[in-house]
Structures are given as structure tokens and as C-alpha cells.
Design a protein around this ligand. Structure first.
Ligand SMILES: [Zn+2]
Ligand SMILES: [Zn+2]
Length: 253
């Protein structure tokens, strides 16, 4: 199984997960044209995509879903709550999934799990190739036992490290936005994410990548030392997904 990011952050998110003949696009927060451009950079033609899976309906995750799905006739997988926010004219392409039940798209099994976030029915995923498990967790205000169980023992983790709490507190954000971002239905801060890493089984980890970093209220220079401390590993091993580039293909062996 291999995976890559087209970009990660509040201005757009999209992740690729690929195994054998199956390539999934997880969220599509960029315009269709921008998505095509970013896919090209990763040597993927949108024609080669198998399906789009949507975590939740916030615009930084669904901006390009409608146009891309229609243009390439791509099936879209979403929970009932998320699907209710997708445009009516893609409904024929939508398959609803239950975030408590595993399902399979060709060569990849998807293990969804519900997360606390201020959306209608948000879920995040573990992707299972049979041999390896890749965990994805962004857009979540707090950890839960369900999340910890799902992410324990994964071979790779894409984990939100949204903000540094002090930077957010001192930022020019209006109070209601500070409250939203740091609240229990908002986003994980660096310390919360590090604590999650300390709590779960990370003994199989081949890759760890910090995701959805705030461009204003966070910095890779803060995240990398915290994650390396939590995992007792070298700082250079911590990957960071950027807004503009995401990260290049990585492989699980
Ligand atoms: Zn987001
Ligand atoms: Zn969100």
C-alpha cells in the first residue's frame, strides 16, 4: 500500500491511498482543476482514480468533489449525514456507509470510525490492505476510546497537529473562532496529538506525518520535536504535510 497528499490544511485537503489496482482519493478540498494539477505532480491521472471517500462536509474537504465526481464518473462514499450536504446532482454517484461498519472498495478495506467534530456526521478511516494498516485522523476536537482503539497498531499514521495553543491564544483570530478551533468539536492541538501518540501502540509505525497544520497558528518546528519526543525517535523521521505540496508518495513494506 502507498499513500500521498495533494495538500493539507484549512485551504484544502486531499489524500491518495493506493493498493494494487485501487486508488482512493480521500476528500477533495481543492477545485477540480487544481486537483488535476496536483494529481499530475504525483503521476496520477484522475481517470485512474477508483473512488472518492469523504470524511465530512467542510469546504476544505469537499470543494472539488462534485465537479471531479461528475467529470470522471467517480463513485463517492460518504456517511448519510455527510451525503446530505453533497450536491443533488452527484447523488446517483453516492454510496452511503455506516461509520461503525467496515467496507471494501476493490483491493482496500476501509475501517471507518466516528469522530467529535462540528460537522453533520464526520468520520475518519483506517485503510487496510490485508498486510498493512494506514490510519488517518484530522478534523477532530478530542481523542476518544474509539479513536485510540482504531489507530493502535497502525503501520502508518496521518495525524492532525492543527495548532499550538499559545499561538492560537495570542493570534488575531476573533474569540469565537479561537473557541471553535480549540473546542471539543474543533481541531487537535500539538499537545493533544502527542498525547494520543503516547497512548496508542506505535510499535509498528513505519511512517508518521503531521497533518492539517494551521499556517498562522503552528509551525513544523514546534510539531516535529513534540512528535519525536512522544515516539522517542529522531526528529528527521517526522513527516509534515504542507498546504501547498502535501507530501510525496510513501510506501508501506
Ligand atoms: Zn479541515
Ligand atoms: Zn472540518
Amino acid at each position: 500500500m502507498r499513500f500521498a497528499s495533494l495538500g493539507s490544511g484549512s485551504r484544502g485537503n486531499a489524500t491518495l491511498v493506493s493498493h494494487k489496482e485501487t486508488t482512493l482519493l480521500v476528500d477533495c478540498g481543492f477545485s477540480a482543476r487544481e486537483t488535476e494539477k496536483r494529481l499530475q505532480r504525483l503521476d496520477i491521472n484522475a481517470n485512474a482514480l477508483t473512488a472518492i471517500i469523504v470524511t465530512h462536509e467542510h469546504s476544505d474537504h469537499i470543494n472539488g468533489v462534485r465537479v471531479l465526481a461528475r467529470k470522471y464518473d467517480l463513485p463517492v462514499y460518504a456517511t448519510v449525514g455527510t451525503a446530505s450536504f453533497l450536491a443533488v446532482d452527484v447523488m446517483g454517484l453516492v454510496t452511503e456507509f455506516n461509520s461503525h461498519e467496515n467496507f471494501t472498495i476493490n483491493d482496500i478495506e476501509i475501517n471507518p470510525f466516528p469522530v467529535p467534530h462540528d460537522a453533520r456526521e464526520p468520520s475518519q478511516f483506517v485503510f487496510n490492505s490485508g498486510q498493512h494498516r494506514l490510519g488517518l485522523l484530522t478534523d477532530v476536537g478530542m481523542s476518544t476510546p474509539v479513536i485510540e482503539q482504531a489507530l493502535s497498531g497502525c503501520d502508518a499514521l496521518l495525524l492532525e497537529a492543527n495548532h499550538d495553543l499559545e499561538m492560537l491564544d495570542n493570534s488575531v483570530y476573533p474569540e469565537h473562532l479561537k473557541y471553535r478551533v480549540s473546542g471539543r468539536l474543533g481541531h487537535l492541538n500539538n499537545v493533544q496529538s502527542s498525547k494520543l501518540l503516547e497512548k496508542i501502540d506505535t510499535s509498528h509505525l513505519q511512517h508518521i506525518i503531521a497533518m492539517h497544520l494551521s499556517e498562522k497558528n503552528n509551525s513544523p518546528n514546534i510539531v516535529a520535536p513534540l512528535f519525536s519526543q512522544a515516539l522517542s525517535c529522531d526528529e528527521s523521521w517526522i513527516g509534515i504535510a504542507s498546504q501547498n505540496v502535501g507530501f510525496d508518495w510513501r510506501e508501506l513494506r
